[in-house]
Design a protein around this ligand. Structure first.
Ligand SMILES: C[S@@+](CC[C@H](N)C(=O)[O-])C[C@H]1O[C@@H](n2cnc3c(N)ncnc32)[C@H](O)[C@@H]1O
Length: 211
């Protein structure tokens, strides 16, 4: 297994949060889709949340049960420091999500730019199994990846690029009948240096059917 925690800790220690290509001062698309698909009493998990400001916006909106999981302890520490006292309202998990075993269920799963790093089938299978185990029946998964015309690498790592159909097909193949695609958007992220990065953002509903 690659040493993902070392790779990502190095990335976050070397550069300021605001210089990371994926930095967003306000995570608009994520925020819109999370708030449209949940209530403040719902349990939300941000997979690979890193130093994203999504958690800040949700805490300020009164979300009561937010978890941020990331393989980089350094990223989580930066986010916690930024939030100050408010960080105590959030559950922080330092873990590689491909080996993480959820110990509770969530109403909403959010991932911006993590799934696309999983270039191996076993890692993708582990991701979808964790998502299935973590989400309550009827729960929502929001997955943002580089689109078909997006970058081929990020942070020195190769990525897989997805259209909404390709992502839905990948999830269906790994967990047949477990997730239904309900919405997809295209989003052009503009990096801090002004470069466009093409993303697709898909919303899935977990079916209530038994395995
Ligand atoms: C491109 S960054 C996106 C961060 C955040 N989602 C955002 O939008 O600002 C990818 C993030 O995924 C995390 N990550 C990568 N692989 C991971 C894994 N297998 N398990 C958990 N986190 C992972 C990295 O540490 C990093 O924070």
């Amino acid at each position: 297994m690659p040493d993902r925690s070392k790779h990502w800790d190095d990335v976050y220690r070397r550069r300021d949060e605001v210089d990371l290509t994926w930095y967003e001062a306000h995570p608009g698309v994520s925020y819109d889709l999370v708030t449209a698909n949940s209530r403040p009493c719902d349990a939300i998990i941000d997979i690979g949340g890193g130093t994203s400001r999504l958690v800040d916006a949700l805490v300020k909106d009164g979300y009561e049960a937010i978890t941020v999981l990331d393989v980089s302890q350094a990223a989580l520490e930066t986010a916690m420091e930024r939030l100050g006292e408010l960080a105590r309202q959030v559950t922080w998990i330092a873990a590689d999500m491909t080996v993480w075993v959820p110990t509770r269920t969530y109403d909403l799963w959010h991932d911006r730019a993590v799934f696309h790093f999983l270039t191996g089938l076993l890692d993708r299978a582990a991701y979808v199994a964790a998502m299935d185990a973590a989400l309550a029946p009827g729960g929502t998964a929001i997955i943002a990846t580089f689109a078909g015309d997006g970058p081929e690498t990020c942070s020195g790592l190769p990525v897989m690029r997805y259209s909404p159909d390709r992502l839905a097909g990948t999830i269906k193949a790994l967990a047949p009948g477990r997730f239904e695609a309900v919405e997809a958007r295209h989003h052009m992220h503009v990096t801090p240096k002004g470069m466009g990065q093409s993303f697709q953002v898909s919303v899935f509903r977990k079916t209530s059917g038994a395995k």
